[in-house]
Design a protein. Structure first.
Length: 331
């Protein structure tokens, strides 16, 4: 039925592990359930949508660590995976997933953008924000999972975030080199020593980053300005997170922007200022609940909630449980 080594960390933190699974000998219902569970464990929490419950479904996945990266090959019938805000709340992560379609056609959607991938082209999605990846035909996909810090150190977080759901062509230039290198690494399970694997993973990141930076050169000046402005606004919002009196109008005045412009920046990224800030507050709250002995009331006040009940209501609405229940379940 399955040929499985230790499943990758479901928190999307890049822990070592390998996965090997085929659903081709399973009944449709069982195969779909195991497939959905394996995708969650290998990448991050996602929902799977199927074209039809009545049709059969066949898929294979092989994933393995390559130094600090995880590289996998997926061959599957058409289906769609969706990562929602609720899933991000319950399974936070900030890895980038690079999706490369070597056979068939798929689309990736994030930040109000959609790109079609085929013939070796690839694109990025960020697991800290909602996304959709949809296989439109029977397809073969290579997925590279890299931590935010690894990729951002080579291209800059602003650039990487601005290039989510944009297709990088494999027809020529550094895009072709990156695509061929990724496919070769993913599909050939050569015996490589640990020291060499570190060098290989660094080389993979270097060539992928070169392709991303080349794509970034094609961004218009307006797009670059919007990316930088959004990060400036977010930095101010994070800085003042503990102040419940601080408003978007205050941030706008400090940065010399209009409130309307700030809302447009967030809308283009698929969010709103309020939703984005509350998401960051809840992420910080989760860390404090797990890493400190602070009570929920104190954590709420530190993070800018007006009172303990406001914090508890917001936390329960986003996470499906109270702060105390969350702490107990994780401990």
């Amino acid at each position: 039925m399955t040929e499985t080594a230790r499943i990758l960390d479901p928190e999307c933190t890049g822990s070592a592990g390998t996965v090997a699974l085929s659903t081709r000998r399973l009944a449709s219902t069982e195969g779909r359930a195991i497939w959905a569970e394996t995708l969650d464990s290998t990448y991050c929490e996602m929902a799977v949508d199927w074209p039809s419950a009545q049709t059969s479904f066949a898929a294979d996945i092989r994933a393995r660590p390559v130094g600090d990266l995880s590289v996998s090959v997926v061959r599957a019938d058409p289906h769609t995976v969706v990562r929602t805000p609720a899933m991000i709340d319950s399974d936070p992560g900030d890895d980038y997933l690079l999706c490369l379609i070597s056979k068939g056609t798929a689309t990736i959607t994030q930040d109000a953008r959609t790109a079609t991938l085929a013939h070796g082209s690839f694109g990025l999605v960020d697991s800290s924000r909602p996304f959709v990846v949809s296989g439109k035909t029977e397809f073969e996909q290579v997925v590279m999972r890299a931590s935010r810090s690894l990729l951002a150190s080579r291209v800059g977080a602003n650039i990487a975030d601005g290039l989510t759901a944009r297709a990088i062509s494999a027809n020529d230039g550094v895009g072709r080199l990156a695509s061929n290198f990724l496919v070769d690494i993913a599909t050939h399970d050569d015996a490589i020593g640990a020291a060499s694997l570190d060098a290989v993973s660094s080389a993979v990141l270097d060539v992928v980053s070169a392709a991303v930076n080349h794509q970034a050169a094609g961004l218009s000046l307006t797009e670059r300005v919007h990316i930088d402005d959004l990060r400036r606004v977010q930095a101010v919002m994070i800085r003042d997170m503990s102040d419940p009196e601080r408003t978007i109008a205050d941030a706008a005045a400090e940065l010399g922007m209009s409130v309307r412009y700030i809302h447009k920046l967030f809308s283009a990224s698929g969010s709103t200022p309020r939703a984005w800030l509350y998401g960051k507050r809840i992420d910080r709250a989760k860390n404090l609940l797990l890493q400190t002995d602070l009570g929920a009331a104190e954590i709420g006040l530190q993070l800018g909630f007006r009172d303990a009940s406001h914090f508890s209501r917001t936390f329960r609405r986003r996470c499906g449980r109270s702060p105390s229940q969350f702490r107990a379940s994780r401990s």
